[in-house]
Write a protein that binds this ligand. Structure first.
Ligand code: 26W
Length: 824
């Protein structure tokens, strides 16, 4: 296989060591004698970065000369995690680095751990973008990511007295993976007004004038592909005051402070990632972020296209832009503005180009997550864009009226402008109208958007505009890096590491499912991963857990629809059952460790109560001598990508238990199964397709189906629902004060018992508990369990993000991989 070191790698171990030493002594200006692990990390990262740069430059040249169509992935979030291990893997010289570092007195694992996560995302959507970049590079697609260079990524979570406390994540102190491009800048305009003039030819021309200008500065991050020379680019924009904006008038008149304040105001645009996941708050600064990033990216893309000197109508043959949710939807409006106001194209010609350029991916059906911006807000910030949005809507509604004459309800329902007070722009509708393809992220989810939230648009545009691309994950990070021993074991049976390029190769494992030695090694690896997690649990929470117990894991953003509350209610139920048993009976029960992790949005009261309840239950259960190691409940602080890489390989069963129809896909479900864990889950998102692949026998499904949800909710509202008796018992125990002040948890209980149980916790509770009993029984049969795990892993090939990216490339972008063989 191709490795990058064939071009610019270290000659040998000594070559690597001397580069590390050089960076310690010169770049870092430190003596080798006080080189600690942090410095060893820095120098190793710099040494590998140097290797990447060569291939990065060559890739850019190759893509420019080949003149082929490029993909631009616009995402407000890229949840990259650490980069060094991935860089070493993809340069192809990790073994050499391991030996070299060892000569210098370091363990490579410890050095890798020194890196701060690049955490520029909230959860699934941001991590998906990161997996996509990995696959795009590994498959040789000419592709760029465009995002924002937040000074603060997602906050660091601390748990203090059982409560979440948010601490700012300043991650840029030392970041060897970014290259500032102070020569690549774009001036971005805000506010101002629109003037209309008639030109020589009698055509009306709109000009956006005045207002403020902020400068966008590019920072580039190399994205190396695995076993290929391709190294793509992720371009992140940082805001600063435009040169003219640093008000020298003020400066000279002695008003230095307010001049500096202007500077800081400009910098706030890219200062912080909004920590809301699946909740739209409509804040002006967020809209500013969106336009700032979209306008800078489009300027860059258009500038690159113009260098080819092609006609405008060829733009969609050269450029595919994918919108990662509606966050970059203003790009549609901005491109239309560039084409008609700046480049002088006619409306229809421009609009054709726009629609053929964009694709839109929807990631959620939750109504509170669908972005809407108030008309007065847009009018003030982006006056010309509002006019264009109105024109887009006008022409769109005219075609609808021609298609469905006199259907005024339909016109109102599909209008991009919601006639509320104030009026709102529905960004998803704008994204649909301005794109040639709209996709959901798992089969059920894509079906739901076709039949519920976007059903009117299916009537208008026809069914072909709406497609499914089931999400995927990169096996490089989520198998090889996270679980190196399992990766080696698989390689030993499947004929090398080819499965990292073609994950369907995993099916070769099924031949070994009865191989004694193989099964033994498999079990040993899982156990070792559990020991490692047990040590982490001990070190961070003080709780001792038995690695022989069943590890039951739910790690993801805390959200009522994901139902961590159901999980902790289930743990309380288990505790009460154990307490009610005789000691003899108790000794026959399975040992469990209930492991939780995840951040709550800082303003999400219910989610914070859930975290508090988990910690309060842990404090009681973990110290109950009747229970011992039969049940432990732990909450792991600050769940992030690098913690996931440790937690996921240590799981026996993981929980993906959203109310049916609410979790668009889920991607950690794929990661857990790929690492030899099983799933307990609802018929939701990608769980359904995982079941199709691994078979019903290898997954624990429970709960109501999405088509039942409306009726169940209605039953709650009309008072027909009776709360599940086991759940009533759990509530009684909480209200007795067993887990601390019951007032602290009263809203959680009330949501289920008194406020309509929107997420149907009571409806699914008894089948959830039964399903856990089935898990216990299955785990009791260790041999049967291992068979399930091996079989499942062997059938996970479908969930590679490589498959997923190939589907986007063929069905949406119409792009092809670039041949790189001339380099070899
Ligand atoms: C406007 C506020 C906001 C912020 C983030 C709204 C919505 C989001 C994201 C779309 C939330 C998100 O991460 N969605 C997740 O996307 C994953 C990748 O497709 C899916 O696997 C998850 O099911 C979905 O919740």
């Amino acid at each position: 296989a191709w490795t990058k070191h064939q071009v610019g790698g270290f000659k040998d171990k000594d070559g690597f060591e001397s580069e590390v030493v050089r960076h310690v002594e010169t770049t870092l200006a430190r003596s080798l004698y006080n080189c600690d692990e942090a410095a060893a990390y820095s120098a190793t990262a710099l040494a590998f970065r140097d290797r990447l740069i060569l291939e990065w430059n060559r890739t850019q040249q190759r893509q420019t000369f080949s003149d082929s169509k490029r993909v631009y992935y616009l995402s407000l979030e890229f949840l990259m995690g650490r980069a060094l291990d991935n860089a070493m893997l993809n340069v192809g010289q990790k073994d050499l680095a391991k030996d070299g570092l060892s000569d210098l007195g370091f363990r490579i694992e410890d050095v890798i751990q020194q890196e701060h996560d690049a955490a520029l995302g909230n959860g699934g959507l941001g991590r998906l973008a990161a997996c996509f970049l990995d696959s795009l590079a590994s498959l040789n697609y000419p592709a760029w990511g465009y995002g924002l260079r937040y000074r603060y990524g997602i906050f660091k979570q601390e748990i203090i007295d059982g409560y979440q406390v948010e601490v700012p994540d300043y991650w840029l102190d030392f970041n060897p993976w970014e290259f500032p491009r102070h020569d690549v800048t774009v001036d971005i305009q805000f506010y101002g007004k629109v003037s209309r003039e008639t030109n020589e030819k009698g055509k009306a021309i709109s000009q956006w004038e005045g207002g403020e200008t902020v400068k966008a500065v590019a920072y580039d991050v190399p994205i190396p592909g695995y076993a290929t020379p391709t190294t793509n680019n992720l371009r992140l924009w940082s805001s600063k005051a435009a040169s003219g904006e640093f008000d020298f008038q003020k400066f000279n008149s002695g008003d230095y402070e307010s001049s500096v304040a202007d500077q800081q105001r400009a910098e706030t645009i890219s200062a912080v990632l909004y920590p809301n996941d699946n909740l739209d708050r409509g804040k002006e600064l967020r809209l500013k972020q969106q336009y700032f990033w979209v306008a800078a990216s489009l300027y860059d893309i258009v500038r690159r296209f113009k260098k080819t000197r092609r006609a405008w109508k060829e733009f969609p043959d050269q450029v595919a832009i994918q919108l990662n949710d509606t966050h970059p939807t203003l790009a549609i409006v901005e491109l239309q503005r560039i084409l008609i106001d700046l480049e002088g194209l006619e409306w229809d010609e421009a609009w054709n180009i726009v629609v053929n350029t964009f694709g839109y991916t929807n990631h959620t059906v939750l109504p509170e997550a669908l972005e809407k911006w108030s008309v007065p807000l847009i009018e003030n910030l982006l006056p010309r864009h509002l006019q264009i949005i109105y024109d887009i809507n006008l022409y769109f509604l005219q075609t609808v009226e021609r298609q469905f004459p006199g259907d005024s309800d339909l016109l109102r329902d599909v209008s991009i402008v919601e006639e509320s007070e104030p009026k709102m722009i529905r960004m998803a509708y704008l994204a649909i109208v301005g794109s040639h393809k709209v996709n959901g992220v798992a089969e059920l989810h894509s079906e739901l958007i076709r039949t519920t939230i976007f059903k009117d648009f299916v009537r208008i545009f026809g069914p072909d505009k709406f497609t499914n691309v089931t999400n995927g994950i990169t096996p490089r990070r989520w198998l090889h890096q996270a679980n190196p021993r399992l990766s080696e074991l698989i390689a030993s049976k499947t004929g090398g590491h080819g499965f990292l390029k073609d994950l369907t190769d995993l099916n070769k494992l099924e031949l070994y499912v009865d191989d004694k030695e193989f099964r033994k090694e498999w079990a040993e690896i899982k156990y070792a991963n559990k020991v490692r997690l047990a040590k982490h649990i001990k070190a961070t929470t003080g709780v001792t857990v038995n690695p022989a117990a069943l590890f039951d894991v739910q790690v993801k953003r805390i959200h009522e629809y994901k139902r961590q509350q159901m999980n902790i209610f289930g743990a309380i139920h288990r505790y009460l059952e154990l307490k009610a048993m005789s000691p003899e009976q108790r000794q026959k029960q399975m040992r469990r460790v209930s492991i939780f992790g995840g951040k709550a949005a800082p303003g999400y009261w219910m989610a914070k109560q859930i975290i508090h309840l988990i910690n309060s239950v842990g404090a009681v259960v973990n110290n109950d001598t009747d229970i011992g190691d039969l049940l432990k409940v732990v909450f792991l602080e600050d769940y992030n990508v690098s913690k996931a890489e440790m937690i996921i390989p240590a799981s026996d069963i993981s929980e993906h238990i959203s109310t049916a129809g609410t979790e668009a896909s889920g991607t950690s479900n794929m990661k857990f199964v790929l690492n030899g864990g099983l799933i307990i889950g609802t018929c939701d998102g990608a769980n359904i397709e995982i079941t199709r692949e691994v078979s019903q026998d290898n997954i624990f499904l429970f709960g109501h189906l999405s088509e039942q949800v409306d009726d169940l909710r209605y039953a709650h509202q009309s008072g027909e629902h009776v709360v599940d008796p086991k759940l009533v018992r759990v509530f009684e125990e909480i209200e007795k004060g067993t887990f601390g002040n019951p007032k602290d948890f009263s809203d959680l209980i009330a949501a289920v018992r008194d406020h309509g149980d929107y997420y149907l916790v009571s409806d699914d509770f008894s089948s959830y508990v039964d399903s856990h009993t089935a898990v216990d029984e299955a785990y009791r049969d260790q041999e049967g369990w291992i068979t399930k795990c091996i079989t499942s892993v062997s059938r996970m090939g479908f969930f590679s993000s490589d498959r997923c990216i190939n589907e986007y490339a063929e069905g949406i972008w119409n792009v092809e991989p670039l041949n790189t063989t001339q380099d070899k």
